[in-house]
Design a protein around this ligand. Structure first.
Ligand code: SF4
Length: 503
């Protein structure tokens, strides 16, 4: 262990201190520069973006539904995943320490990073020590979360993304908008334009002309660029889908083979992993490796599942470093309701079914974690006040819960975080005042009957239509601008009851 995970004075669980602070501001990508409603409004005006998202999410949803329906015991598998995650979180400190022992015993080095800044510093120093000025990267949410590419660039180290979609985003100087398909907002002709403009072998006098929108041509252009980078790289940086405590095994699942190249060719491998990715036993992988590919890419198996433990003399990287990242996770763990968000295996199924995500895309969330899981994870990692609009970025329809392979109750966490946000307000919000008034009215039969009679006046505004007009006067307009308010019935329930039971 090269740095202590322990915070003096913090609450303890077993032998490891828990309750570290939330992710610090100014580093990494967990906070947007605009609240969700503002950013969403901009996204909704982009017709091309909506068309791209609609097409892509519809396709992935269909593939997932088909392969999930093939598994007769899917619900039991899902509950097994949920139970395994809950049991792991209950003894997370012990599993992490076991993981550290096993990785170290197999020749790896474990580093503990309290937050994004510390993780970036550790990785930068490790790369510097190799003398290399570039690294190849396997797609990793944790390194995006901490802003590792920017930190390496500031130190004069170039980070090359090797996942095709990540490469598109990087070359286009864009940011990812989906956990699994970071360039979901780009169509083929936009990708062709980015490649033609940026890939070195497509530039200059000797370049092969006429790159088209053909997927094979686009893939081959990226392949030619990446092959050269793989072969010359001395250092690779990866994330991890899982880490097995009992064996010290790390695992990365991917579809393109770029991960396998990064994990085997360079001399030095540095893996940055959120502490929640640990599982206790090798056998636990059997559950998650069934749940993940069907939920994410809609495949029965991942094309590439790489596992490694420490270093093997003469085979693969000869130096292996594992950076265990907190960055607000132990703070999430301390919340009895919210901690379920740490069960996430980043399959992205909840994004693909979310009616809000499908219309706004990922950028509107301002965090590397978009969609329903982002709406519950980002505010907890940063503290709710730094991402206060995200728990409201949901219709609470529950589709995210229905598809989640580890049955995370996202709607309940959203409601919990909304309550936390409201309770944190020093001055009562207009909503709080309105609900206080409503509580008063609903607890007095006389006021309630008067209110019902007054509501009947709404029929005049409706002029025979089934819903009230969108432009009710403020403050009611804030509600009706985006929702239908049914026209009050001619008779209230009590009136009907009295009339029918009078005889
Ligand atoms: S919350 Fe569930 S559905 Fe969403 S990405 Fe995580 S594991 Fe997948």
């Amino acid at each position: 262990m090269s740095a202590s995970p322990l915070a003096p004075g913090a609450p303890r669980s077993g032998t490891t201190f828990l309750g570290l602070p939330t992710a610090p501001p100014g580093v990494g990508h967990l906070r947007g520069d605009r609240p969700f409603p503002d950013a969403a409004r901009t996204a909704l005006r982009d017709g091309q973006l909506r068309a791209n998202l609609g097409r892509a999410t519809t396709t992935i949803r269909g593939k997932r539904a088909a392969v999930v329906s093939e598994v007769p015991h899917w619900e039991q598998l899902r509950q097994a995943g949920k139970a395994l995650k809950a049991a792991t979180m209950a003894r997370l400190d012990e599993h992490l320490e076991e993981l550290e022992r096993q990785v170290t015993a197999r020749g790896g080095t474990v580093h503990w990073a309290r937050d994004a800044a510390e993780a970036n510093r550790i990785v930068t120093e490790l790369v510097r020590a190799t003398g290399s000025s570039e690294v190849v990267k396997v797609k990793s949410m944790a390194t995006q979360e901490i802003g590792l590419n920017e930190a390496l660039e500031a130190a004069g180290i170039e980070a090359v993304e090797t996942d095709l979609a990540e490469l598109i985003v990087q070359l286009g100087q864009d940011s990812p908008s989906h956990i699994l398909v970071p360039a979901i907002h780009k169509n083929r002709s936009e990708i062709r334009e980015i490649f033609s403009r940026t890939l070195p072998h497509l530039q200059g006098p000797g370049a092969s002309p006429g790159l088209t929108d053909d997927p094979r041509q686009l893939a081959m252009a990226a392949r030619a660029h990446l092959r050269e980078r793989f072969l010359r790289a001395r250092v690779a940086v990866s994330g991890a889908n899982f880490a097995v405590a009992e064996t010290g095994t790390l695992s990365v699942v991917e579809s393109e083979g770029n991960g396998r190249m990064c994990l085997t060719l360079p001399q030095t491998l540095i893996t940055v992993m959120g502490i929640e990715k640990v599982v206790p036993r090798w056998a636990d992988l059997g559950v998650f490796l069934q749940l993940l590919p069907r939920s994410s890419t809609g495949e029965r198996m991942n094309p590439y599942t790489s596992t490694w433990a420490g270093v093997t003399p003469g085979d693969g990287p000869q130096e292996f470093h594992l950076v265990l990242l907190d960055n607000g996770r132990t703070a999430v763990l301390a919340d009895e309701v919210g901690r379920e968000a740490l069960h996430c295996i980043r399959c992205s199924a909840c994004l693909n079914v979310c009616p809000v995500y499908e219309r706004t895309g990922g950028h509107a969330y301002g965090s590397v974690y978009p969609g329903p899981i982002g709406a519950v994870l980002s505010p907890q990692l940063t503290g709710v006040e730094d991402n206060a609009s995200l728990p409201y970025a949901s219709s609470l329809c529950g589709a995210c819960y229905d598809v989640c392979p580890v049955a995370i109750d996202i709607p309940s966490i959203l409601v919990h975080l909304r309550a936390e946000h409201v309770e944190a307000q020093e001055k009562p919000t207009a909503e709080a005042v309105a609900f206080r008034g409503l509580a008063r009215v609903m607890s007095s039969p006389r006021l309630w009957h008067l209110a019902q009679r007054a509501a009947g006046l709404g029929r005049l505004l409706a002029r025979g239509r089934p819903t009230l007009p969108a432009a009710l006067p403020p403050p009611a307009s804030a509600w009706t601008r985006t929702r239908d308010l049914p026209t009050p019935p001619g008779r209230t329930f009590v009136q009907q009851w009295n009339e029918e039971h009078r005889s």
